[in-house]
Write a protein that binds this ligand. Structure first.
Ligand SMILES: [Zn+2]
Length: 68
């Protein structure tokens, strides 16, 4: 898939609806990143890291984050 332009400098992208975080370097069609961008219910993290996403209550996506 194509990385969303506005997230080209981010690795992790959160879905505010489902509280799931995706790894854009490993995202697959099942992640529905395009739908997420269209709905504009996404979140980025600072720092751009999985522990930060977890701290904010996001669960790792089972499709694109290993060990989820
Ligand atoms: Zn995913």
């Amino acid at each position: 898939m194509t990385r969303p332009t506005r997230f080209e400098h981010h690795q992790y992208l959160g879905d505010k609806r489902s509280q799931v975080v995706h790894d854009l370097d490993a995202a697959v069609d099942a992640c529905a990143i395009d739908d997420l961008m269209a709905a504009e219910t996404f979140a980025s993290f600072g720092p751009d890291a999985l522990p930060e996403a977890r701290n904010r209550g996001y669960r790792p996506c089972r499709h694109c984050i290993s060990g989820a």
